[in-house]
Design a binder for this molecule. Structure first.
Ligand SMILES: C[S@@+](CC[C@H](N)C(=O)[O-])C[C@H]1O[C@@H](n2cnc3c(N)ncnc32)[C@H](O)[C@@H]1O
Length: 214
């Protein structure tokens, strides 16, 4: 694993901020619920699993989640999931090991990472007809409009790759205005320093494709 292959993420250095993010983003659990309904039983890979927040909730008696994460500061080994250190560009598993693989807000950011490399790796380690799922910001919502940089996914890119997609309508819901300002100004700077509410509309895109080994 080359250090340059890792996309810098704030969570390891600022766990208190990541705690707010994971608690307040989609409190209703709609993304977890949609993934839970979509993903098969068997062996499932979480690519760029962060602290294992999603992986832990998707694990069941019938579904084993293996979490790969390159940043040792993010890995929470108190969570009862199987951890592996690795990157999306170089997944440390054999061909056709998994029934499905998903990635939530990790690596698959256009203009930041080599998406093709990550996608080829996901296709390699998932069985024929297994499922590939990418979760990211949809955009066109209150949350993304706070950013001066583009942070929405490129739907056309995924559709051209043969993915279908669903939009999940959810929100960021903070305990207080102070907490909202703390996280959102950490993300977006001045733009969010004067916000005066706790609830922000947020749309999530879930890109879904059956794996084909053409
Ligand atoms: C925004 S966090 C999302 C974490 C988790 N998937 C979640 O939904 O909470 C992005 C994660 O991607 C990881 N990451 C960075 N570079 C990566 C790479 N090349 N391959 C896979 N994951 C990577 C970061 O270390 C970080 O934990």
């Amino acid at each position: 694993m080359k250090h340059s292959d890792i996309i810098p993420f704030y969570g390891g250095e600022h766990p208190e901020m990541f705690e707010i993010e994971r608690r307040c983003m989609d409190r209703q659990g709609k993304v977890i619920e949609a993934l839970d309904q979509l993903l098969p039983n068997g062996m499932v890979l979480d690519v760029g699993a962060g602290n294992g927040f999603t992986a832990e909730q998707l694990q069941s008696n019938h579904r084993t989640i293996v979490a790969i994460e390159p940043d040792p500061l993010m890995i929470d080994s108190t969570k009862a999931i199987i951890w592996s250190k690795g990157t999306a560009q170089d997944i440390p598993f054999h061909i056709s090991t998994f029934d499905a693989a998903y990635s939530t807000w990790a690596f698959f950011f256009e203009g930041v990472a080599d998406l093709e490399k990550g996608l080829d790796e996901m296709k390699r380690i998932v069985k024929e007809d297994g499922l590939l799922v990418i979760v990211d910001n949809y955009g066109e919502d209150e949350f993304c409009s706070l950013s001066t940089n583009p942070i929405a996914s490129n739907v056309d890119y995924w559709v051209n790759k043969g993915f279908e997609y669903q939009i999940i309508h959810t929100s960021f819901s903070f305990d207080s205005v102070e907490e909202a300002r703390k996280l959102l100004s950490f993300y977006f700077g001045e733009n969010a320093a004067t916000i005066n509410k706790t609830e922000f509309e947020y749309k999530v895109a879930m890109f879904i494709k059956k794996n084909t080994k053409e």
